[in-house]
Design a protein around this ligand. Structure first.
Ligand SMILES: [Zn+2]
Length: 194
């Protein structure tokens, strides 16, 4: 019968107690033979700057850019907006619930001097005003305004009646309600990212 795991463990423990030097020596040899590639952890700010192309005016993010054109930066194990990191590092901490917005209308810019704090609402208005987004209200197929979408989103009434009211299909009402449609616009208007 094969030796049980418990038995093996016990045997190893006894060996280690009896011959600690031998165990140390064999561990050392093993580490020598199998070097582990250890990456030096650079300070966050330094790592951040290595991904920045400082131009005359805007600082262009050379790292990962999301589908909206915003730079993303890994910070403490999570992805965050690069411009947000820039603001909190070079200007001041960003209070919870506030957004970091661009004066320069360049989402990939991380120049702290081009950034300012705003509410989620400012953020959504800003984006709508700048006409940068082609979803929802601005898209060709759209028949709804953002206000109407929000109304449908909050509504609990009959789907068919709502569809008639806005001249849209019933499935559109259902998609808005369960977040499969207009989700980006809704997220922006209600304070989701970015
Ligand atoms: Zn800029």
């Amino acid at each position: 019968m094969a030796e049980s795991r418990e038995s093996i463990k016990r045997r190893h423990r006894i060996y280690k107690e009896r011959y600690p030097e031998r165990v140390k020596e064999s561990n050392r040899k093993y580490r020598e033979a199998h070097p582990v590639e250890r990456k030096e952890r650079r300070p966050d700010a330094e790592r951040f700057l290595s991904k920045v192309d400082k131009g005359e005016s805007c600082w262009t993010w050379k790292g990962w850019i999301d589908g909206w054109g915003y730079g993303k930066f890994r910070y403490r194990g999570r992805m965050m907006f690069a411009h947000r990191f820039s603001y909190m590092t070079y200007r001041e901490p960003v209070p919870d619930g506030l957004c970091v917005l661009h004066r320069c209308d360049n989402p990939a810019c991380v120049n702290p001097a081009h950034l300012f704090l705003g509410t989620q609402g400012d953020n959504a208005k800003d984006k709508m005003a700048k006409n940068r987004h082609t979803f929802g209200e601005k898209s060709k197929r759209s028949k709804l305004t953002l206000d109407q979408v929000m109304e449908i989103r909050r509504s609990t009434g009959n789907q068919r009646l709502l569809a008639e009211k806005y001249g849209i299909r019933q499935t559109t009402v259902s998609e808005i309600r369960n977040g499969r449609s207009w989700s980006r616009a809704i997220a922006l208007a209600t304070g989701g990212t970015p």
